[in-house]
Design a protein around this ligand. Structure first.
Ligand code: GLU
Length: 475
């Protein structure tokens, strides 16, 4: 039987980096082992659900390059894949557990439970456990929750794929609510029932769920079901070693934000895969390579540090190696939004992107790069002034300027014209390119000069050459 894993998002908001990691490891595991990946929607916390939560999360998973075999958009044989559509299943199992003496109705009101809790705290008991007041209560015509009757003196031990052997004691867990008064199951109950009926073989999820595992095992044991294999992935921490919190303003944490900033999905995929997984020396890996090298044994037991610089590095490397058309999809929309493309033609955009591709870390960065290039002050330093006083500079600038044609102001023509100006004036090598570069860009280094001239445009170049000539003549 193939491995079956699941990613079980709650539709409570946008796709967070931590959830994306859970989805990604499940995906890698399924694809590596020839297993199946299920996306189950855990929408039982109705107050926290947001309308577009699921569409957004699924579309962001797809954008990242994660796909699945069964879910609400691709039903298989184990549906429905949305928990609120499975209420009759939970109801039947809850009834079975009650009939077998593993669960009971609890008629306590919220106020009664709060008073009970306050009294236990006042007595100095450190952990609140339900008092079992309703364990033998007679049937009543009142709303009720269904509680699981936690067995006495039991230990729950499992071999976690990441943490090794983990044990919990039943005495630390009070009789917990399986079904709320409104008839909706709690997470632990619904999750155990679904994992069983969906024939999930491996449950890979975040470490924050590890204390839920014994509760879920209780359901399995009570019903004689086989317990799946668990793997709880370590925390993601910030660079100060603190658990990454959604309120951590320094770190961008939602996948959509990265998409909007012009990050490449394959770079993000690569970065997220390294949060708690060490493939070895090589860090730049494509999704296919990551599937190839993945193994659950290589999941780290140490907290994974979210290093924004590493993400930038990976993304930079990825963008650098894209063909121009693909690079354009990450950058051009930002140039347009910033109003930097007005009446320029496509060749201008291409030159701009060719010039800056090497330096762009993420798509939106093209905007400040372009702005600082176009708006850079035209000023020479001492070294430039010295060079511009050399012999032959004046005639070179004059010749070059006189032959410029506003109707043929493209990189190819400009390149040929630079060469020809050299031949006409006898200027060669450094003494050909350097004066022209200084006279048009006030810089001694940079990307290809004909492209820069093209980007700055005929008017600006002419104006700068005239200004430079005046200086050369008068100095
Ligand atoms: N719905 C849970 C969450 O979003 C899933 C937990 C699990 O994978 O069991 O955290």
């Amino acid at each position: 039987m193939p491995n079956r894993v699941r990613y079980a998002p709650s539709p409570t908001g946008f796709l967070h980096i931590g959830n994306a990691r859970t989805a990604l490891f499940n995906y890698l595991f399924a694809r590596k082992t020839g297993g199946q990946m299920i996306v189950r929607i855990e929408d039982t916390d109705t107050e926290r659900n947001v309308d577009t939560g699921i569409e957004n999360q699924l579309s962001m998973l797809k954008w990242l390059g994660i796909d699945w075999d069964e879910s609400i958009d691709r039903p298989g044989d184990y549906g429905p894949y949305r928990q609120l559509e499975r209420l009759d299943i939970y109801q039947a199992i809850a009834q079975q557990l009650m009939d077998q003496g593993h669960a009971y109705k609890c008629y306590c009101t919220k106020e009664e439970l709060e008073a009970e809790k306050a009294a236990q705290i006042a007595r100095g008991e450190d952990k609140y456990h339900y008092s079992r007041k309703c364990l033998h209560a007679p049937e009543q015509d009142k709303p009720y929750a269904i509680r699981f009757l936690v067995p006495e003196n039991q230990t729950y031990t499992f071999h976690d794929l990441v943490k090794g052997e983990v044990t919990f004691k039943s005495e630390d867990i009070g009789d917990w609510v399986m079904v709320k008064q409104n008839g909706i199951p709690t997470y632990n109950f619904a999750c155990a029932v679904d994992d069983h009926f969906m024939e999930i073989t491996h449950v890979l999820r975040g470490e924050d769920h590890i204390t839920n595992t014994p509760r879920q095992m209780m359901i399995y044991h009570a019903l004689g079901w086989d317990v799946p294999t668990y793997g709880h992935m370590t925390l993601i921490v910030n660079q100060h070693g603190k658990k990454l919190s959604k309120r951590d303003g320094d770190i961008i944490q939602f996948i959509e934000q990265y998409k909007n900033l012009g990050y490449a999905p394959e770079a993000l995929f690569n970065f997220i895969a390294l949060l708690g997984f060490s493939p070895g020396e090589q860090e730049l890996l494509t999704p296919a390579e990551l599937i190839e090298v993945f193994s659950a044994e290589k999941l780290s037991n140490h907290p994974a540090t979210f290093d924004p610089q590493k993400l930038q590095f990976i993304n930079h490397q990825t963008l650098k190696n894209l063909d121009l058309e693909t690079f354009k999809t990450y950058t051009k929309p930002h140039l347009e939004a910033a109003g930097l493309i007005t009446d320029q033609d496509e060749a201008w955009v291409d030159s701009l992107l060719e010039v800056f591709q090497e330096r762009t870390t993420y798509g939106q960065e093209i905007v400040p790069l372009t702005e600082s290039f176009l708006n850079a002050p035209f000023e020479w330093d001492e070294e430039m002034r010295t060079l511009m006083q050399e012999e032959g500079v004046k005639v070179l600038l004059q010749t070059f300027k006189d032959g410029l044609d506003p109707h043929h102001f493209d990189p190819v023509t400009l390149k040929a014209w630079i060469k020809e100006s050299g031949q006409k004036t006898g200027a060669k090598g450094k003494m050909l390119f350097m004066p022209l570069r200084i006279a048009t860009t006030a810089s001694m280094h940079g990307p290809e000069l004909p492209k820069l001239m093209h980007l700055l445009g005929f008017e600006t170049i002419l104006e700068r050459l005239e200004k430079s000539l005046q200086w050369v003549v008068s100095s």
